[in-house]
Design a protein around this ligand. Sequence first.
Ligand code: ADP
Length: 162
Amino acid sequence: MKKIAIYPGSFDPITNGHLDILKRALPLFDEVVIVVANNVSKKYMFTPKERLDMILDTIKEHKLTNVKAVILEGLVVKYAKEIGAKYLIRGLRAVSDFEYEFKLAATNNHIDNSIDMVFFMAHNYFEFISSSSVVEMASGGVDISSLVPRTVSIALKKKFNK
Ligand code: ADP
């Protein structure tokens, strides 16, 4: 049976931190499906389509194989069941991430305990990168090109006209 994992997140926008987790996870699975979450209670910088397109550009730029990306409105765990994915990939940075992820794992477990979460520790260099900090820096005209894929750097420059 094909070993499929889902990498869910906001990816608002995708950063080199996300990309690092993806590259480290790929060798462990036959296929990774990136799920761009569109949570009605969250406010995003980019539309789901924009977030998806930046991910697809990044996959192409880095010549990654066995990975695809989709937009999802519903529950990730339910979608996992639908496509036969048994694992959810997440990244851990600070201790604060742990608390959030711990609760998320408990919730997911309640919905369906046949699906496991797999965590990757952020590597040192990526530890401080978050979508929101990148957006904040870009809005202030800081060069963020070493922190995000090329397509994101271009999109942020356009957004803030800097
Ligand atoms: P969400 O809103 O679901 O937390 P994010 O796009 O912020 O979506 O993050 C998706 C996943 O990627 C989370 O598990 C998050 O901890 C992880 N992640 C985000 N940035 C990094 C990074 N720099 N290094 C490692 N993991 C990261």
